[in-house]
Design a protein around this ligand. Structure first.
Ligand code: ADP
Length: 501
């Protein structure tokens, strides 16, 4: 696999040059590992392209490039304002190429093009721009102590940062990680998920075009067990930031112990959505549908456990099922009216179907879906939106993250019981509450164990707002001003003015 670029034509007719190499030192290079990753179109099961996949030796070269760039005056001495302007330039280039980038993510991931263009790209562009604005606003403090002494603090980069991202929002996940890391002056080795290797390489060309010095951002594709492990355990990487499953996060945390790496982890969830009987039911149905069925249910914050007050339970379930037939149009991700495309891979598709079988075997009632959807041309990893009722708390479908268009709906009696059920989980990422009672909304928001709460909504996500989980949903926060904490460290400088006093 010698070629480092291929000419591709996407299903929507768009042609472009796809880089396939590893992006190290602002150049696309062949992987020394000789490994490759073949990207599959989940809508047709056809091969799109093969890209180079990094092994440990390649990761090491990327780390060396990042280490050199960290020390190089072209980055180290660049004023924070210039650094921010580079990021803003990058965001402008992303904006200019947003249709292309949305096309690639739709093709590679299966998500509807309308969503990629209207949601993913503005989020990715906005995140880079937002943190570009922050680059020259990462301040320390001056702290007076005694008459003779004072101290000041400065926020400095952590150093060489390894970033491992998932496949559900390929470009947004890259932007969430790159934005705060670059704003704070770090250098980066970022690894895309093997399921979606393509768009981030095009981002690499834009990074170079924006004028980032070589080695500041190094982008690699590679398998988790090879390149991912090599990043997490590399002795010359100062921090690892990860988004993915809780099991992998546990592995990464162990590997990161080798040199006490700073870590940020954003992991799984089984987020509850509570509907009280005083809620605006139409809104509750609309948002709870979006909260689990959008992005093919492949969202770590998906509100996958819907808990409804028993007085309105039957009505809610009926309306939710009606919403499936009226909103959840499954089909070709490039078709304008498609709400739900195929799952990202055969493995995810099979995993979701296996949970449907488990649910039935556990004795729950399959109220909708639970089987493949016959996609266009009879191909593709399509699944019918799935609802289970008569679910008990000990069932796997209630406790485990499925990561698909798959929801369980249970009744509760009182507010107290609703909170207890909501908190009865190893996870604590998001939570939603539907009520028109102002006091109740804030009371529940306070008592739910989660990193984020949506009141009368689900899945609101904004680069200005901190994102992250409690319990086994993660460590640390991304986005917002809080996201800067993860990529800078405080140095305290003590000043003694005492000799002349
Ligand atoms: P998912 O199950 O949703 O694919 P993973 O946690 O397996 O989530 O993958 C998320 C990211 O973590 C991907 O970039 C993947 O390559 C990487 N990864 C998977 N396993 C490991 C590992 N053992 N060490 C480091 N990275 C890994």
């Amino acid at each position: 696999m010698a070629s480092l670029f291929v000419e591709l034509k996407a299903p929507n007719g768009r042609t472009y040059t796809q880089p396939t190499g590893l992006f190290i030192n602002n150049e696309f290079v062949a992987a020394k590992s000789g490994q490759k990753i073949t990207s599959i179109d989940p809508a047709t099961e056809a091969e799109i392209a093969s890209v180079h996949a990094a092994g440990a030796e390649d990761v090491d070269l990327a780390v060396q490039a990042a280490r050199r760039a960290l020390k190089d005056p072209s980055w180290k001495k660049m004023s924070p304002t210039d650094r921010g302007n580079l990021m803003i330039k990058l965001s402008d280039l992303m904006e200019q190429n947003k249709e292309l980038l949305a096309t690639i993510d739709t093709w590679d991931n299966g998500k509807p093009y309308s969503a990629a263009l209207a949601d993913d790209l503005p989020e990715a562009i906005g995140t880079i721009r937002f943190y570009g604005g922050y680059a020259d606003k990462v301040y320390g403090q001056t702290i007076n102590t005694t008459h003779a002494k004072f101290a000041y603090t400065v926020r400095q980069p952590i150093g060489v940062v390894g970033q491992i991202i998932p496949w559900n929002y390929p470009l947004s996940m890259a932007a969430w990680k790159l934005g705060p890391a670059l704003a704070c002056g770090n250098t980066v080795v970022i690894k895309a998920a093997e399921q979606t290797p393509l768009s981030i390489l095009v981002l690499g060309t834009l990074i170079k075009e924006a004028g980032f010095p070589p080695g500041v951002v190094n982008i690699i594709n590679g398998y988790g067990k090879d390149a991912g492990k090599a990043i997490a355990s590399h002795p010359d990487i100062d921090k690892v930031a990860f988004t993915g499953s809780t099991g992998t996060a546990r592995e990464i945390m162990k590997m990161a112990a080798v040199n006490l790496k700073n870590i940020t982890l954003e992991t799984g969830g089984k987020s509850p959505l509570l509907v009280f009987d005083d809620a605006d039911l139409e809104q509750a149905v609309k948002w709870s549908h979006y909260g689990i069925m959008s992005n093919q249910g492949q969202i770590c914050t998906a509100t996958s456990r819907i808990l409804v007050q028993e007085t309105i339970y039957e009505t809610f379930v009926k309306q939710f099922k009606d919403a499936l037939s009226s909103i959840s149009k499954v089909g070709d991700p490039f078709a304008e009216d498609t709400f739900q495309g195929p799952q990202v891979t055969k493995a995810q598709y099979e995993r979701i179907l296996s949970y449907a079988k488990i649910g039935v075997a556990e004795g729950a009632t399959l109220a909708a879906g639970g089987k493949p959807f016959n996609g266009p041309g009879g191909k593709g990893f399509y699944i019918e939106p799935t609802i289970f009722t008569d679910v008990r708390k000990e069932m796997a479908i209630y406790r485990e993250e499925v990561f698909g268009p798959f929801v369980v709906i249970l009744p509760f009696k009182t507010e107290e019981e609703a909170i207890e059920m909501a908190n009865d989980s190893q996870f604590g990422l998001g939570a939603a509450v539907f009520t028109t009672n102002l006091e109740r909304s804030h009371r529940v928001a306070r008592d739910i164990e989660s990193g984020m709460v949506w009141i009368n909504s689900s899945q609101d996500c904004d680069f200005r707002i901190p994102f992250g989980g409690v319990k086994q949903s993660g460590i640390g926060r991304e986005l917002g001003e809080a996201g800067l904490e993860a990529y800078s460290q405080i140095k305290a400088v003590h000043i003694n003015m005492g000799s002349r006093l």
